[in-house]
Design a protein around this ligand. Structure first.
Ligand SMILES: [Zn+2]
Length: 272
């Protein structure tokens, strides 16, 4: 079968219907003519000059990205702007761009399923259900109980975490067996993790006051594994599904798009 941007988009929208996205979100086809052929696909978390260059290097003619390139109101895509330059590069090089964001978060399987699978969680269900068995985040159980310290090390080893590893709030000796996870910024789902009665909640972008408030009131331990590291696992099952569904070569990006590139400690030189 010959795939075009139109037929490829139609397939993606059976798996990730745009109506599942949050009202503020902007998903779907961002660049590309409907009749343009699709022969090779690159799956990325972020559309950056480096991932557009990777598409050209690998011969991909469609990028599927998690984060929207154009989320706020846009009144110009002139190449004098950052995003406009990327749009010009995509169009100039004949590369289409498709975004599946919060509609991929709630999909089943979706972004947090990949995260739960990477951690080996069993019997998963949505952390905040939306409809028809879908929802944000996942709750599951570990195959065998671990200490919080062991779980943090498991996360650091299983996920593409940044150079400083994961941040943990809680007693490292605390036993954990039930786990909530949410890929990306899962701060707002802390109350759902409390209500679910889990032992630990792992996500990214956790804020000081919310973590401090939770510590003051008890509740689950928290692990902040980073935004990028908790979303990146999704690219692998996404690409596997696309390969099966389309027969096209689908490449998982090799480019790390975590905007935090290194860390420094008082007693060490900066580590890349
Ligand atoms: Zn994200």
């Amino acid at each position: 079968m010959t795939w075009t941007v139109a037929s490829f988009t139609a397939l993606l929208e059976t798996e990730f219907p745009p109506r599942w996205a949050e009202p503020w979100d902007r998903v779907g086809l961002v660049a590309g003519r409907p009749e343009q052929p699709v022969t090779r696909v690159l799956a990325v978390v972020d559309v950056l000059p480096s991932t557009v260059a990777e598409a050209l290097d690998t011969g991909a003619d469609l990028i599927i990205a998690h984060h929207p390139l154009l989320l706020g109101g846009v009144s110009s895509v002139a190449a004098t702007t950052y995003q406009g330059r990327i749009i010009h590069d995509l169009i100039g090089d004949g590369v289409a761009l498709y975004v599946a964001h919060t509609n991929a978060d709630v999909a089943k399987p979706g972004v947090s399923d990949a995260l739960a699978d990477a951690l080996g969680l069993l019997d998963t269900r949505p952390l905040r259900p939306t409809e028809e068995g879908r929802g944000f985040g996942r709750v599951g159980r570990l195959p065998a109980p671990l200490t919080l310290g062991e779980f943090a090390h498991l996360a650091a080893a299983a996920l593409p975490v940044a150079s400083w590893g994961v941040r943990v709030s809680g007693d490292p000796a605390r036993p954990v067996s039930t786990v909530a996870v949410c890929g990306g910024s899962g701060d707002e789902f802390i109350p759902d993790a409390v209500a679910a009665g889990v032992d630990v909640y792992l996500t990214g972008d956790l804020k000081h006051h919310r973590v401090a408030d939770l510590r003051a009131s008890g509740g689950p331990a928290l692990v902040d594994a980073g935004h990028y590291a908790t979303e990146r696992p999704w690219l692998t099952p996404l690409a596997a599904w696309l390969r099966t569904a389309t027969g096209l070569e689908t490449i998982v990006s090799d480019t790390t798009t975590d905007p935090f590139g290194f860390h420094a400690c008082a007693t060490l030189d900066p580590v890349a």
